[in-house]
Design a protein around this ligand. Structure first.
Ligand SMILES: O=C(O)CCC(=O)C(=O)O
Ligand SMILES: [Fe+2]
Length: 294
């Protein structure tokens, strides 16, 4: 099946169930390049002793002072230091997948890699809906209907290394407040089955999105999802990008304008990081969130 045929089917599945999977979104040499560049970005992150930010570029670090060694668990907006990721974010395959859902003019509001290095421990994401990470909803129209988040498997993504898990149909239930209690930190503790039941979701219906490298998952701002910590001996690198219909968003970096791919400009545009202009860095953030109570 061609990518655009898969995209049409995926769009329908996304609308109905709140998620979809596209197989073989990247293959062959392109996949090897993704894996090699992701390793390079990880090594770049490891140079920082603590969580680092400069503009939109950021690395979330678990430091050796609190862990058995230094780990990088997230990179944000690698595109600012990586021509590879600057181009990948507007690869024609993304347009093919997004077009049936968002049209041909699309901005990007998030770019991340999430690693789950074996041994790091704190690599689970409690069940949540991503709408909680969109603070300034006034800058969007129909934010839920205009947003699609994609996750590209860099490594094999399995139940034991912490693949994404979704609750099909949960996107039709409105905002449920999952993981909002306490500090709202989603990487501490685990979602218990009772927490899903408490908001009317059936834990038995959870779907594990096991992916081969190069497969792409799609989910929405109201799709309940999370993932378990990695308990295997193999990392799970996952490249996330969140896209929004351009005409409905004041925020984001252009990815496609009328179907033409658009490179980053000289200065970052406001995306999700609210302090982009007041606190652009470079700075280190030594907050030890892992010592807080969940
Ligand atoms: O990387 C994952 O498994 C999930 C990440 C996630 O849901 C998020 O960052 O919002
Ligand atoms: Fe999420």
């Amino acid at each position: 099946m061609s990518l655009s045929e898969q995209a049409g089917i995926a769009a329908e599945h996304f609308r109905e169930h709140g998620y979809a999977v596209i197989r073989r979104f990247l293959e062959g040499e392109e996949l090897l390049a993704l894996q090699a560049e992701s390793r390079r970005i990880y090594a770049e992150g490891l140079k920082h002793h603590a969580t680092y930010r400069h503009g939109h570029l950021a690395f979330e670090i678990l430091p050796e002072t609190d862990f058995d060694q230094r780990y990088v668990i997230q990179a944000y907006w690698m595109a600012w230091i990586s021509p590879y990721f600057e181009t990948l974010r507007r690869h024609p395959n993304y347009l093919a997948v997004l077009e049936p859902l968002l049209g041909r003019s699309v901005k990007q509001v998030a770019q991340q890699i999430h690693w789950k290095p074996p041994g790091a421990g704190l690599t689970g994401y409690r069940f949540h809906q991503d709408l909680r990470f969109r603070a300034s909803q006034a800058d969007y129209r129909d934010i839920v209907g205009s947003t699609v988040t994609t996750g590209l498997a860099i490594d094999p993504s399995t139940l034991s290394n912490g693949c994404l898990r979704v609750v099909p149909g949960g996107h039709k239930r409105g905002y449920l407040g999952l993981s909002d209690e306490g500090s709202g930190q989603i990487m501490l503790g685990h979602t218990q089955e009772d927490e899903l039941r408490a908001v009317g979701l059936d834990p038995e219906t959870v779907v594990d999105l096991e992916l081969e490298p190069g497969d792409l998952a799609l989910w929405g701002l109201l799709t309940p999802h999370g993932s378990l910590p990695n308990t295997s001996d193999r990392d799970r690198a996952f490249a996330l990008s969140s896209y929004v219909k351009a005409e409905n968003s004041e925020r984001g970096e252009w990815a496609f304008r009328d179907g033409e791919s658009v490179p980053l400009g000289p200065e970052p545009k406001l995306c999700k990081y609210e302090k982009l202009f007041e606190e652009p860095g470079p700075l280190y953030d030594e907050t030890a969130w892992w010592r807080q109570d969940p």
